[in-house]
Design a protein around this ligand. Structure first.
Ligand code: NDP
Ligand code: BG6
Length: 503
């Protein structure tokens, strides 16, 4: 994990490369990838010779594709407001980098044409033969595309200036353990593990990376990070949005696959891992995998007893009426797919045994919040209570990942005067107080790291498989979700579900 330092063609800049986007006309490309690449271009983090080749099925010219790219950037980049009619110079320069190549993922001959196109000496020579393959396609195409790349790779590699090959695979990496393993096998037939980057955009968020800094650069917090002193850890990802028109996808995935197996498990492993022996990709990923290996349902309960599923019904979010999940387009009107999941887990190792980890993910909640909350044990003797003083003190350390990035620590203080009273206060730090500018977009950070060949913020093959392996018994549970109105705090049953552990 390196700092973003210098730009363009300076000594710390990413090398030149051909950035191939498979699925170039898709939602993700327009919403995230092109805005992120534009951000990198503006900051001078794309080598002047780097080119972006958009690849998708429909026939269209490069000019047409560039026009679509501008529309996407206008709609989703914070650097170009939608009402800004002019094209700034840096946008025009950025568009010069972009080209379009029509190709059907189902046609071998199209990949042969792609190989011819890529081995054009002018194109590959300018980028020192470096190629980055980015799979931003529906997951069903991941294996077929990788197999086709495997078929044309010898031709690309025989080019006199054979540079690096890197592969980025979008989420979801598999649908379950079997499919994740099959995808790993297909990918690792064509690419070495060190060339593969399985993306989870949560790892690109600045405050997610800050979990490790907080723990490992600050002994004062590092010392407060174990079962000796912590009574419970909560990890919650609440969203106010629903499924954003992705009904068919969500019916297949539910929130366990969409959010918990990847984003929440990343937060969990970074929070619970042991300090790595060094700060490199494999040392960090080794420790994350150990957490997943030690993960069990709370007090070894049956999976069915350690999870609670919910589904949002009609309601109102932030003042606007919204439909229920079953009314969303592409959703079965009798669907039992979960849009909310609460899990009670335990990490059975020396540091964490006996500490409940409460994971909650929910869509259409009353507020947007991604937080990691550490609850500390009470003092062994309730000195002040014994003296007749009301004392509710609970030390709580909250790491707010989004939307208001910051850290706060709650503690008890004496209220001035008599009789003796104890109040609660917070030591609070907000990122925005010190860094008023928005942090880089997660995708910019991750793409920058791939271009530099740093895999720290990407999932390794065994990490993905361990996460699926743990999740497997939960995936097959019969769903009978509790309903909660959109815009609420989730099913009311969750209080009882968790309360036993917090007492
Ligand atoms: P879309 O369905 O919007 O895009 C699909 C793309 O694939 C289009 O460019 C389409 O090209 C192309 N395509 C489809 N079939 C073929 C084919 N047979 N041959 C050639 N091209 C084809 O997908 P998304 O952008 O939503 O998702 C892409 C990936 O990103 C998925 O893995 C998804 O899970 C992941 N993701 C998406 C997020 C999002 O917010 N959208 C968030 C996080 C991850 P054409 O238009 O020419 O048909
Ligand atoms: C995506 C999920 O991976 O992450 C979406 O598919 C979810 O369902 C999104 O809304 C949340 O990302 P963020 O960055 O807004 O928290």
């Amino acid at each position: 994990m390196r700092d973003i330092e210098s730009r363009g063609d300076g000594p710390h800049s990413p090398p030149p490369l051909l950035f191939l986007v498979f699925g170039a006309s898709g939602d993700l490309t327009h919403r995230k990838l092109l805005p992120a690449l534009y951000e990198l271009h503006r900051k001078g983090d794309l080598h002047p010779k780097t080119k972006i080749i958009g690849i998708a099925r429909k026939e269209k010219t490069t000019q047409m594709f560039r026009k679509e790219a501008v529309d996407g950037i206008r709609a989703f980049s914070r650097h170009l407001p939608e009402d800004e009619k002019d094209e700034p110079d840096d946008l025009r320069d950025f568009l010069e980098r972009i080209h379009y190549f029509p190709l059907s993922f189902e046609k071998s001959e199209d990949f042969d044409h792609l190989a011819e196109y890529l081995t054009d000496p002018g194109l590959l020579e300018a980028t020192n033969g470096n190629i980055l393959f980015y799979l931003a396609t529906p997951p069903s195409f991941f294996i077929p595309i990788v197999e086709q790349i495997g078929r044309i790779r010898p031709r690309l590699d025989s080019f006199p200036k054979a540079g690096f090959r890197r592969l980025v695979v979008e989420k979801p990496f598999g649908h379950d353990l079997v499919s994740a393993k099959a995808l790993n096998v297909a990918v690792l037939k064509v690419f070495r593990e060190s060339e593969v980057h399985r993306i989870d955009h949560y790892l690109g968020k600045e405050t997610v990376q800050n979990i490790l800094i907080l723990r490992l650069a600050n002994p004062v917090f590092g010392a407060l990070w174990s079962r000796e002193i912590i009574s419970c850890v909560e990890i919650r990802v609440f969203e106010t949005i629903g499924i954003e028109g992705r009904g068919a996808y969500f019916e297949e995935s539910g929130i366990l696959r969409d959010m918990v197996q990847n984003h929440l498990f990343q937060l969990l492993t970074l929070t619970a891992m042991e300090p790595p022996v060094s700060f490199d990709a494999d040392s960090i990923r080794d420790e994350k995998v150990k957490v997943l290996r030690a993960l069990v349902p709370w007090r070894s309960q049956k999976p069915s007893e350690s999870v609670l599923f919910g589904q949002y019904s009609e309601g109102g979010v932030l003042g606007d009426p919204v439909m229920g999940y079953r009314q969303e387009k592409g959703v079965d009107p009798l669907s039992v797919v979960e849009t909310y999941a609460a899990m009670k887990l335990e990490i059975q190792n020396m540091r964490w045994a006996g500490v409940p980890f409460h994971l909650v993910a929910g869509k259409r909640m009353s507020r947007k919040a991604t937080e990691i909350v550490l609850h500390y044990r009470k003092p062994p003797v309730a000195l002040f209570r014994l003296a007749g003083c009301h004392d509710d003190t609970e030390n709580v350390l909250t790491l707010s990942i989004q939307p208001n990035e910051g850290i706060s620590l709650r503690f008890g203080i004496k209220r001035p005067g008599s009789p003796l009273r104890i109040d609660q206060a917070d030591l609070a730090f907000a990122y925005s107080q010190i860094y008023p500018e928005d942090p880089p977009e997660a995708y910019s950070r991750l793409i920058y790291d791939v271009m530099k060949g740093d895999a720290t913020l990407f999932a390794r093959n065994d990490e993905v498989e361990k996460a699926w392996m743990f999740m497997e018994p939960f995936l097959s549970l019969k769903r009978d979700p509790m309903f909660y109105p959109a815009g609420s705090d989730g099913p009311f049953e969750v209080d009882d579900f968790f309360s036993v552990d917090l007492s």
